[in-house]
Design a protein around this ligand. Structure first.
Ligand code: DC
Length: 223
C-alpha cells in the first residue's frame, strides 16, 4: 500500500528542509509544491503580468507548463521545458507567488500534477493545502510552524550566508504579510487540517523535528 505524508505550514517554518530529510529516511520522493507556484510566478514576472489583475493571471498561467524531474534525488522544476530550479528562491519570486497562488486558476492548474505524483509514488509533499485539499486522505499529516521571530531570523541567516544583505525588520514584515495572504485567501487558505499533528519548530533542532515526524509516522503506521 502506498503512503503519503503531507506537511503544511507557513513560510520559513522549515518545511522543505524537514520534508527532504524525512523523505530521505523513508526512501520516499520529496515534492516541493511551493517551487511549482514559484515557477508560475517566475513565468508571470518574466511576462510582465500585472499582479493586481486576476483575469490576466488566470489567462497567463495557462501558458506556463510546469513539470518536475529528479536529479540525484533533488527535485528540478521545468518551466516550458527550461530548468528554472535555481531561479525560484528569490524574495521577488516568493512575493509574486504569494499573490498568484491565491488565484483559483493557478491552483487548478497545479492540482492534477500534485495528485498524480502522490498517486504514483510514496511522497512527502510540502505546501499550504496538502493535508486539507490536495491529499485529504494522506496517511500522515503534519502542520509545521514556528514563531514569526524564529522564521525571520532563519531567513536572515540564510540570506546572509548567501552574501545577500538584508534587514531583519523588513523580513519580519514580509513574513507577516505573506502569512496573512496565505491564511486569509478565499481558496485553499493555509490552515491546520483537523487530523494533522502540530509540530512547533521554534525551539527544536532539525534532527529533533525529523525524529518527531518519524515517530508520528511510525505511530500512524502501527495503527
Ligand atoms: O513554500 P514557498 O515559500 O516556496 O511557497 C511560495 C508561495 O506559494 C507561498 O506564498 C504560498 C504558495 N503556496 C501555496 O499557496 N500552496 C502550496 N501548496 C505551496 C505554496
Amino acid at each position: 500500500m502506498g503512503c503519503n505524508i503531507a506537511i503544511d505550514g507557513p513560510a520559513g517554518a522549515g518545511k522543505s528542509t524537514i520534508a527532504k530529510l524525512v523523505a530521505k529516511e523513508l526512501s520516499f520522493i520529496y515534492v516541493d509544491t511551493g517551487a511549482m507556484y514559484r515557477a508560475i510566478a517566475l513565468y508571470l514576472l518574466r511576462k510582465g503580468t500585472d499582479k493586481n489583475d486576476p483575469g490576466m493571471i488566470a489567462a497567463d498561467c495557462q501558458e506556463a507548463d510546469i513539470s518536475i524531474r529528479y536529479e540525484n534525488g533533488e527535485q528540478q522544476v521545468l518551466l516550458n521545458g527550461e530548468n528554472v530550479t535555481g531561479d525560484l528562491r528569490t524574495e521577488e519570486v516568493g512575493n509574486m507567488a504569494s499573490v498568484s497562488s491565491a488565484n483559483p486558476k493557478v491552483r487548478e492548474w497545479l492540482l492534477s500534477l500534485q495528485r498524480d505524483l502522490a498517486a504514483k509514488h510514496d511522497v512527502v509533499m510540502d505546501g499550504r493545502d496538502i493535508g486539507t485539499t490536495i491529499l485529504p486522505n494522506a496517511e500522515v499529516k503534519i502542520y509545521l510552524t514556528a514563531s514569526v521571530e524564529t522564521r525571520a531570523r532563519r531567513r536572515y541567516l540564510e540570506l546572509e550566508d548567501k552574501g545577500i544583505s538584508c534587514d531583519l525588520e523588513e523580513i519580519k514584515k514580509d513574513i507577516r504579510e505573506r502569512d496573512k495572504r496565505d491564511m486569509t485567501r478565499e481558496i485553499s487558505p493555509l490552515r491546520q487540517a483537523e487530523d494533522a499533528a502540530l509540530v512547533d519548530t521554534s525551539d527544536l533542532t532539525i534532527p529533533q523535528v525529523v525524529k518527531r515526524i518519524l515517530q508520528i509516522y511510525q505511530e500512524k503506521m502501527a495503527n
